[in-house]
Each structure stands twice: as structure tokens, then as C-alpha cells.
Design a protein around this ligand. Sequence first.
Ligand SMILES: CC(=O)[C@@H](O)[C@H](O)COP(=O)(O)O
Ligand SMILES: NCC(=O)COP(=O)(O)O
Length: 237
Amino acid sequence: MTKLSVNINKIATLRNSRGGDMPNVLKVAKDVQKFGAHGVTVHPRPDERHIRYQDARELKEVVYTEYNIEGNPIKSFMDLVLEIRPTQVTLVPDGETAITSNAGWDTIKNKDFLTDVITEFKNNGIRTSVFVDPVEEMVEGAVATGTDRIELYTEAYAVAYGKGDVKGIEPFVKAAVRANALGLGINAGHDLSLDNIKFFKENIPGLLEVSIGHALIAESLYLGIENVVNLYLNKLQ
Ligand SMILES: CC(=O)[C@@H](O)[C@H](O)COP(=O)(O)O
Ligand SMILES: NCC(=O)COP(=O)(O)O
């Protein structure tokens, strides 16, 4: 079964735009789980442009499915995650000023650093995932770091699929086949949507989890969040 983890960053974006507490991040987290989501994902960035560190702390009390916290393992992020101890941490090599996540790790060049970080999280009972491009060598490099899983960075797939180029799935299939052969768990995320998720799911062997936020929240503006969560769940069956 492929689990759906709803990324609620953009709920916090809307909340922060007026300085109040509407929409309420904790309520949305509770509701998406009630609607059937298998997890909640947040990406507390250093500038706290959307999800704040305090949001991440408070969400621990309301996320009873799987709690996934994503980010670049700078010290403040490491300390936050070790304090919260979520189900999973996803390591993302974001620049602090990046508009969004825009690259996977070079797991070969960063082997020693990633190994140390992953070891610390695993020693604290936190499942680890490493954000990677769909490159077999990067998958192999991820295995060497001791991570439990990888998260395939799916922007390239989404862009190609949106142009009608179904061949964009091919590197992801190869990377997934390699990950399966190496016993590495497979997550995926970034720019997945109602339009492209079914084809991705049908072609990626061993896909354990997708984390979806931007499109899901945007689609919910038109279709309603309960409806959209269930549309994703149906497409992931
Ligand atoms: C790693 C990734 O692609 C997403 O998890 C990220 O959370 C998106 O961040 P923004 O919501 O800030 O675009
Ligand atoms: N890891 C991907 C994620 O959590 C959400 O990415 P997006 O759907 O907001 O692009």
C-alpha cells in the first residue's frame, strides 16, 4: 500500500499572511487524518516562512498517524527533530533562501555527513529518508549512509508529465528498481498532483509513501479538502 502524507506547509502560508491563526494548522492536521490520510508532513524552514518550529512541536500532540518532518539538517533543525521525535525525518539539501526544495542530495559527496546525521536520528528511534534525484548512483550512495528510505524528488516527472511526456517516468522506475534491489524503502514527493499521481503510482514498484502539499492544498480550494484527500486515496489504491 502506498501511504498518503499530506504536507500542510501551505496552510501555514495562508495563516501567516494575516498574522492570526486562521486557518488553524492543528485543525487541518486533525481533519486530514480524519479524512483518511496516513500521515502529516511539514517542512519547517529556517526563515519560518510557513510552518514555524512551534507548529512542529504542537503538531506532535495531534498527529496520531505518521508524522514526517522535512528539512536541511542544520543544527536548529536537528535539535527540533530530536526534541519532537517524529515517525520520520526527511533530509533535504535546501538552501536557506530557496523558494522551495529544488535538488536531491549528492549522497556520494555527502556520505560521511549524512551517515552521522542519520545515525543520530536512528539512534533516537526516528525513521530516516533522504531526498534524492532519480539517479541510480545517488540511490546506491544513499544505501551507504544507512538511511531507511529515500524520497524520490519528483519535480522532473511532474514537469514532463504535464507536457504529455510519459517517458519522464523512466529514470524514476530505474531508481526504484535499484532501491528495491538494495532493500531501501521508497518515498516520493514534490509537485505530485491529482493529474499525475495515478500514473506515477502505477509505474513505481515498492512505493511506500507519497507526501503531497502544494497541489493538494491548491486543488482543495476548488474541490474541498475532504474530497481531495479521498480522490488521492482512490488514485493510490
Ligand atoms: C521536499 C519537498 O519538496 C517538500 O517537502 C517541501 O516541503 C516543499 O516546501 P515548500 O512547501 O516550502 O515549497
Ligand atoms: N516531500 C514533498 C512534500 O512534502 C510536498 O511537496 P509539494 O507537494 O508541496 O511539492
